[in-house]
Write a protein that binds this ligand. Structure first.
Ligand SMILES: [Zn+2]
Length: 163
C-alpha cells in the first residue's frame, strides 16, 4: 500500500428522519414552505446536511457526525445543521482535502421538491465552496413505502489540495 496520500477520495453518507406535524422541514439549509410535516430530530433535522456531513467524514475515514455531535448532548438541541456541515468541512480541510462535486438524492413523498432544486443546490454549493453546477440534486418518492419519512443519500468526491 502506498504511503502517499491519494489524490482523490470518494465519500458516501445517508440520513433519515421520521416526519411529524408541527415541525419545520429543512433540506439542504432550505426551509420547505409547503411541508405539512417536519423532521423529528435532536437538531433541526436537516437530512440533506447530515448526509453531506457524513459523506465528507467518510471520505477520509473520520467517522460520522454522531461522534462529533452526540444526540444526547443538550448543547446541540435544535441546532442549525449548517454548523454540523461546517465542522465536517473544517475537518476535511485540515486533512488537506476539499470537496470537488456532490450528488444528493432526497426521497420524500410529499410535498414535491422540484421547485426547490435550484435553491437547494445553490445553498449546498455556498456551504461547500462549490459552484451550483457541481452539486447534483435528485428527488425521488418512496412510492408510498415510507410516507412518514425523509431519506437522503449523498456521494461526493474529495480532491487533495496541492501546496
Ligand atoms: Zn439527521
Amino acid at each position: 500500500m502506498s504511503t502517499s496520500p491519494l489524490p482523490y477520495r470518494v465519500g458516501y453518507g445517508e440520513d433519515a428522519h421520521r416526519l411529524a406535524p408541527g415541525r419545520p422541514l429543512i433540506l439542504g439549509g432550505v426551509p420547505v414552505p409547503q411541508a405539512e410535516h417536519g423532521a423529528v430530530a435532536h437538531s433541526d433535522g436537516d437530512a440533506v446536511l447530515h448526509a453531506v456531513a457524513d459523506a465528507l467524514l467518510s471520505g477520509l475515514a473520520l467517522g460520522d457526525i454522531g461522534q462529533y455531535f452526540p444526540d444526547t448532548a443538550a448543547q446541540w438541541r435544535g441546532m442549525d445543521s449548517r454548523l454540523i456541515l461546517a465542522r465536517a468541512l473544517a475537518l476535511v480541510r485540515e486533512q488537506g482535502y476539499v470537496p470537488l462535486n456532490v450528488a444528493v438524492v432526497v426521497t420524500l413523498d410529499q410535498p414535491k421538491l422540484g421547485p426547490l432544486r435550484a435553491e437547494i443546490a445553490q445553498q449546498l454549493a455556498g456551504l461547500l465552496g462549490l459552484a451550483a453546477a457541481e452539486v447534483g440534486v435528485s428527488f425521488k418518492t418512496s412510492e408510498g413505502l415510507a410516507p412518514q419519512h425523509v431519506q437522503t443519500r449523498v456521494s461526493l468526491l474529495l480532491g487533495r489540495v496541492h501546496e
